[in-house]
Write a protein that binds this ligand. Sequence first.
Ligand SMILES: C[S@@+](CC[C@H](N)C(=O)[O-])C[C@H]1O[C@@H](n2cnc3c(N)ncnc32)[C@H](O)[C@@H]1O
Length: 259
Amino acid sequence: MTKAQPKPQNEKNPEREWFGERHVSPEEKTGLVHDVFASVADSYDVMNDFMSAGVHRLWKDRLVRMIRPRSDQVFLDVAGGTGDIAFRIRAKAGPDTAITVCDINPEMLRVGRDRAINRGWMDDFDWVTGNAECLPIPDASVDVYTIAFGLRNVTHIDRALADAYRVLKPGGRFYCMEFSRVTEPMLRRIYDAYSYSVIPKIGEIVAKDRDSYQYLVESIRKFPPQRELETRMRAAGFDRARHTNLSFGIAAIHEGWKY
Ligand SMILES: C[S@@+](CC[C@H](N)C(=O)[O-])C[C@H]1O[C@@H](n2cnc3c(N)ncnc32)[C@H](O)[C@@H]1O
């Protein structure tokens, strides 16, 4: 992954998308993101613990506490990767809960399925390969839609929001957990220094893959901050769009309802 200088933004060429700091075509971005997660799939869970010192687990627990899952609800975890959110939903809601894990990358789903089998949860999930922008899921069929650390990797965020709205039942809820904008200026400077210098280094040492983790850091910078994402959720049709900051905005949970 070569790093090029960012060019002035998309108004001139709306067909271009960001891939980290690079300006690429939408097709290229989808392919490059696919390659990143195919490459990190086997080290993904270990790396999450290393990079966040385990804090991502607390954030994910918080998300699932907010959802308060019940076994009579239908869950869809998009960009579900290796199953972290789906497993927590399963643990809270119990067996016989309808949980689908959808991800564009079969390698990530393979790791997730193996982890589920290791827990003795052989048939507790539907593992589906699909793109968040055009989900292979019927209209109005889902009670709770989750997407954790996935939306920033999607090529067209607004299409993914619109498709989330489509698959939700009336009364259904949307939850997005994503890296966001640190609210404290001093902490932001420390966090920027940590993420730009330390995370790619950890990627190089632990996962032997500096470039993928460089992409991760750069993609966080490009993701819309809290209020902007709320505005885009409203534009997709969601009511009561709001967010909850985690760790001073390092991450945030966005929530919306379909009425
Ligand atoms: C950072 S991982 C998050 C995995 C999991 N949700 C978690 O919290 O641990 C991002 C996931 O998004 C998936 N992804 C990227 N673009 C996608 C898209 N357009 N549609 C569905 N999944 C996508 C990747 O394959 C990857 O598994």
